[in-house]
Ligand binder design. Structure first.
Ligand SMILES: NC(=O)c1ccc[n+]([C@@H]2O[C@H](COP(=O)([O-])OP(=O)(O)OC[C@H]3O[C@@H](n4cnc5c(N)ncnc54)[C@H](O)[C@@H]3O)[C@@H](O)[C@H]2O)c1
Length: 446
């Protein structure tokens, strides 16, 4: 199959590279010339484990190419995927579809022969109808079918997710388009990935429903964590106790600073708007959005409280800035709100992140960036683990303790619960986790 991928961001680049690796011939098109030049020079514009090697190998095999110009690749393609961004629209939070519609207009003029135009971007219900209208209006003679194929990959595990998906959702009512899509994903039949073929609107909504459900699961355990702190229970054990129930499952039950990233915040918001417009408000999702929003800033207050009620003049060291490990993505990361909250309260913030500091510098110029975790902790009054990078899971607590402020027990605020409260206490830290009551920490320390 010949495939054109419009947009070479996280989704377009990973999907394009994986589809090439399946044996298809893929051209990724991006409107940013620097991005394309960098890809053609073998440099990845994003950090994603394994991506550089996958791209290099498929470019070498002649199955993957990068261009800024769209017409030739689209004219030759059996399937054209739209994988451009759909950020929150300023003002009302609905998905900004301007990139999708621009891409549709550009594609329309270049179509030749039967082509399936596939929306891979996360788009609100009915967007496929509008994409189809745009294309038919611009090119009435085109032999085209517009399908939906939402993407469920996770940053940090994107290649594995794309190659071994739990399911593939294809939204089309057209047998020819379905046949093309089945051919695109044929290599995955070997892994027995279920293909769910639905109508277009159902596929579009399925993506939002999945993200809203996962966001709700995270928010649920975060609220349970708050309750645990008040009543002397341990959220880690509560999560395990409910997660072992097969009806619930253990994933997305890790209490923390609130969800962030390029998808959950904007997608939950867009779903709320879609539902309001449809006259069927999703009260549960509205609450999830509100609770999560206030939680990020609340984490700054949590740090301040752990520091005895004031951080004015104190140095607070943050480990991890990206919204999750194994990515350099800073979009809507909880660290942004936490840093702002701490700086507003008069703290001097120092930070270290293994991959995210380039992006972070642009967003948070007043932060002092360190070379590594220990340099970050040097002389600090409190150390806050914001993102659970593997590199932070087995820090030398003794060295860390000695590196930090020489005052009384320095504070370790573990927003991901990756350390055992008792051993942190043994190393001389005043430990503060999420959903782990002081009583529990004291009990397990004794
Ligand atoms: N990032 C994720 O983990 C993830 C997961 C699943 C779904 N999604 C969805 O996939 C879509 C893309 O997300 P992303 O994170 O890859 O975005 P991104 O911002 O990383 O990439 C989008 C790319 O599209 C390019 N672009 C925009 N308009 C273009 C045009 N007309 N022609 C050519 N290139 C164009 C941009 O230059 C950019 O490089 C979004 O709808 C998102 O919600 C993202």
């Amino acid at each position: 199959m010949r495939i054109a991928m419009i947009g070479a961001g996280y989704v377009g680049l990973v999907s394009g590279a994986c589809l090439a690796d399946f044996g298809h011939s893929v051209v990724c098109i991006d409107r940013e010339p620097e991005k394309v030049a960098s890809l053609n020079a073998g440099r990845m514009p994003i950090y994603e484990p394994g991506l550089d090697a996958l791209v290099a190998e498929n470019v070498r095999q002649g199955r993957l190419a990068f261009h800024t110009s769209l017409p030739e690749a689209v004219a030759e393609a059996d399937a054209v995927f739209i994988a451009v961004g759909t950020p929150s629209r300023r003002g009302d939070g609905f998905a900004d579809l301007s990139f999708v519609f621009d891409a549709a207009r550009e594609i329309a003029g270049a179509l030749s022969g039967f082509t399936v135009v596939v929306t891979k971007s996360t788009v609100p219900v009915g967007t496929g109808d509008e994409v189809e209208r745009i294309i038919r209006e611009a090119n009435p003679g085109a032999d085209v079918s517009v399908a939906s194929n939402p993407e469920f990959l996770r940053e940090g595990a994107a290649i594995a997710d794309f190659k071994r998906p739990d399911r593939i959702v294809v939204g089309t009512g057209d047998a020819r388009a379905e046949a093309v899509m089945r051919e695109v994903y044929r290599p995955l039949y070997l892994n027995q990935a279920p293909i769910l073929v639905t109508d277009r609107r159902t596929a579009e909504l399925t993506k939002y429903a999945a993200n809203a459900f996962l966001a709700a699961k995270i928010t649920f355990i975060n609220e349970i964590a708050d309750l645990c702190e008040q009543v002397g229970a341990d959220v880690q054990q509560v999560a395990r106790g409910i997660g072992l129930d097969k009806r619930i499952g253990p994933k997305f039950l890790h209490a923390g600073p609130g969800y962030g990233g390029s998808c959950f915040p904007k997608d939950t918001l867009a779903l709320v708007k879609t539902a309001q417009d449809a006259g069927t408000p999703l009260r549960l999702v509205e609450t999830v959005v509100a609770v999560n929003e206030q939680r990020k800033r609340a984490m700054a207050r949590k740090v301040i409280k752990a520091c005895g009620g004031s951080v004015r003049g104190k140095t607070i060291a943050l480990l991890g800035l990206t919204f999750k490990p194994d990515t350099d993505d800073m979009r809507d990361a909880p660290s942004l709100a936490i840093v702002a909250g701490l700086q507003d309260a008069g703290a001097k913030v120092r930070a270290y992140d293994p991959e995210g500091m380039d992006h972070a510098r642009a967003l948070m110029p007043a932060v002092d960036y360190a070379e590594n975790a220990y340099a970050c902790a040097e002389g600090a009054d409190a150390l806050v683990i914001v993102t659970e990078w593997n590199a932070f899971r087995a820090l030398d607590l003794d060295r860390l303790r000695r590196t930090m402020s020489s005052g009384s027990a320095p504070v370790l605020v573990d927003l991901r619960n990756i350390y055992d409260p008792a051993s942190a206490a043994r190393y001389g830290f005043t430990y503060c986790g999420v959903g782990r009551s002081k009583e529990n920490a004291a009990v397990s320390a004794s």
